[in-house]
Design a protein around this ligand. Structure first.
Ligand SMILES: [Zn+2]
Length: 306
């Protein structure tokens, strides 16, 4: 696939937040004193190479003092278990200009421990969660005159959302929260998070795969007419998924659930998607009020047990 570097094309890149690879067997864990500044580094060369092979030209971004403070604040807002386990499992973080997707969590190749590196698109440091989430959600739809969509998700910096999401992937791998991958789909030993929700890593149970939801980009489809958006979110409210992106795989499901739960219930931020027609709101999606989503909240206690 040949990709030119422009904002429009970036919108068409399939995966906005990606989780790459699986960690290896756990051996010895070294305990590090967490010092953020010591962990901000340059993006590993093989990650840059991956983007270059896609036709992109990402460039290492050195944080300004203000940006460093923004990142430090985002770490401070993480749930307690995230803060504890990142000290043991986060090898480094880095920032790139002109990165096609928002962030990437990857295992550190040379290590046989559960160590990870997270790469972020630096531009998100200058967006609010509302701005970034609106951009992401709009990428699901073809624009049409008269319709607009925005995500009301507060004024915190977008890195708060994105770090929480990516860090949850690190915890998932470190703790083995999602089921172990096996060669066969039929041999899955479900975890409490996937039982009765997923049939395989990227296949929600049949009752949640409505014809309309299966046409969305995060389910492998393409952008759909925005006038269908109210119906899309009505369908989503009949499922236990907190977001459309959460339907991409069970890894994304957990990361999205933890992130939107923490933002809403612990940081008192809104997370609602509003669809307007002719300046009038025709539908508002509020996943935190969805009974099927709420049933899953008690499973999130593990992230707050100290
Ligand atoms: Zn993700």
């Amino acid at each position: 696939m040949r990709i030119k570097n422009s904002n429009k094309v970036i919108l068409t890149i399939l995966v906005l937040i990606t989780f790459l690879g699986q960690s290896r067997a756990q051996k010895v864990i070294h305990h590090y004193d967490f010092n953020l500044n010591e962990r901000v580094g340059l993006t590993p060369k093989d990650i840059i190479l991956q983007f270059q092979e896609m036709g992109m030209d990402p460039v290492n971004h050195i944080l300004t003092k203000t940006e460093q403070e923004i990142v430090e604040q985002a770490f401070d807002l993480l749930p307690p278990l995230h803060q504890k386990l990142l000290k043991e499992h986060l090898y480094s973080i880095s920032f790139l200009d002109n990165m096609p997707n928002t962030a990437l969590t990857s295992p550190v190749d040379e290590s046989d421990e559960k160590m990870f590196t997270i790469t972020f698109r630096s531009e998100i440091l200058h967006q609010t969660i509302s701005e970034w989430a609106t951009w992401k959600e709009k990428s699901l739809y073809e624009s049409s005159s008269g319709y607009s969509l925005f995500v009301e998700a507060g004024e915190l910096n977008a890195i708060v959302y994105v770090l929480l999401h990516e860090a949850t992937h690190v915890l998932d791998a470190a703790l083995g929260i999602s089921p172990k991958l096996t060669e066969s789909d039929t041999l899955i030993e479900h975890s409490g998070f996937t039982h009765n929700i997923w049939t395989s890593i990227n296949m929600p149970r049949e009752e949640f795969r409505t014809t309309l939801l299966e046409t969305t980009r995060f389910r492998g489809g393409g952008p759909i007419p925005i006038n269908l958006a109210p119906e899309v979110y009505k369908n989503l409210l009949q499922t236990p998924f907190v977001s459309l992106y959460g339907m991409a795989s069970w890894f994304e499901d957990l990361a999205e659930l933890v992130t939107i739960y923490h933002l809403s219930k612990k940081l008192n931020q809104p997370y609602q998607i509003s669809i307007m027609k002719g300046g009038v709101e025709v539908f508002r999606f509020d996943p935190i009020k969805n009974k099927e989503v709420r049933k899953r909240f008690k499973k999130l206690d593990i992230f707050y047990s100290g």
